[in-house]
Ligand binder design. Structure first.
Ligand code: C5P
Length: 234
């Protein structure tokens, strides 16, 4: 099942490996974020070796165009399936990143990774935007930035369930939407606020959902992943 991405939010390779051992091949796509990557570096990619595993590298690049282009080139070389950058890094930064990925993939003869944009973090609300002197509310800022990402050549965005429909309407069916903040009815909400169940998110139009704690903290993670998949497919 490719629509379910499980977040490897751990500090070390051993714990990440334990998660994969429990979930693979039920789950085939895993997310490596700044927590694991800062702890272990590109060695995290070893987790995917010898298995049919795809990696979403969630490092949210945000820097000057040249630096982000070089980091994007490095992500492509690592052989990840998808990675992300902040749309607020600007149009030029996004265009340079996309060009670098294309160039590197061609040179190294590898499939180009999907480049996803982060619009407005789900932890940011209308008041935070006003404090930054951004006059739009979160929803219109998110859709505006999603369109900018599409125009710059990005393949899609990471977006909460609330934002899927306006983005889909504005950016079309081919634009990829990856949705975190997923909470099945049987799971705790933790610190996530704008949540949706796996089925709701997929029905709203998400191409992929990212699930962390509801699976990682379950008594039986494999059974929890199977329950999520069953819900998506039902
Ligand atoms: O444990 P939980 O299911 O809340 O994990 C969600 C994962 O998705 C975490 O790795 C978190 O960093 C990530 N994420 C998120 N909200 C975003 C972007 C990423 O929860 N807007």
């Amino acid at each position: 099942m490719d629509k379910l991405i499980v977040a490897l939010d751990t500090d070390d390779l051993k714990s990440a490996e334990d998660i994969i051992d429990k979930l693979y091949p039920t789950v085939k796509v895993f997310k490596i974020g700044s927590q694991l990557f800062t702890n272990v570096g590109p060695a995290a990619m070893e987790l995917a070796r010898d298995k049919e595993i795809k990696i979403f590298l969630d490092l949210k690049f945000h820097d000057i165009p040249n630096t982000v282009a070089n980091a994007s080139r490095a992500a492509a070389k690592l052989g990840v399936f998808m990675f992300n950058l902040h749309v607020q890094g600007g149009f030029n930064m996004m265009k340079k990143a996309v060009a670098a990925v294309k160039e590197e993939s061609k040179k190294s003869n590898i499939a180009p990774p999907l480049v996803l944009g982060v619009t407005v973090l789900t932890s940011i609300g209308d008041k935070d935007l006003r404090d930054l002197e951004i006059r739009k509310g979160v929803k219109s800022q998110v859709t505006y930035l999603a369109k900018l990402a599409k125009d710059a050549g990005l393949n899609g965005v990471v977006a909460s369930a609330d934002e899927i429909q306006p983005i889909r309407w504005l950016c079309g069916d081919d634009f990829i939407i990856v949705t975190p903040g997923i909470r099945p009815e049987w799971a705790k909400k933790n610190d996530q606020k704008r949540t949706a169940t796996p089925k709701e998110a997929i029905e709203l139009g998400a191409d992929y959902i990212v699930v962390g704690r509801p699976i990682l903290n379950a008594d039986d993670p494999k059974a929890a992943a199977e329950k999520v998949i069953k819900e998506i497919l039902s």
